[in-house]
Design a protein around this ligand. Structure first.
Ligand SMILES: [Zn+2]
Length: 80
């Protein structure tokens, strides 16, 4: 389904690996916390103090993963 939609819109599909911690990884510093219960809507980083809607945080992590994958495997995590 996703592949079909990507072809239709000319987008590139970059699947994240299974177990990619998109919802529990800090989009700012990369800290990975314990799994968040679905009832908890806000992600809080214990290292840098980032507070963000959990879905937005996950979207940023997946976006960063996709951009890094497009650049190639040598790009270090957290590089800006
Ligand atoms: Zn953080």
């Amino acid at each position: 389904m996703l592949e079909y939609k990507c072809r239709r819109y000319g987008a590139v599909l970059i699947p994240a690996p299974p177990g990619f911690p998109s919802t529990r990884m800090c989009a700012r510093c990369g800290w990975v916390g314990p799994p968040l219960p679905l009832s908890q809507r806000v992600f809080r980083c214990e290292v840098c103090g980032l507070e963000m809607d959990r879905d937005l945080n996950a979207a940023r992590n997946l976006s960063a993963y996709g951009l890094a994958a497009l650049k190639g495997p040598t790009v270090g995590r957290g590089e800006r």
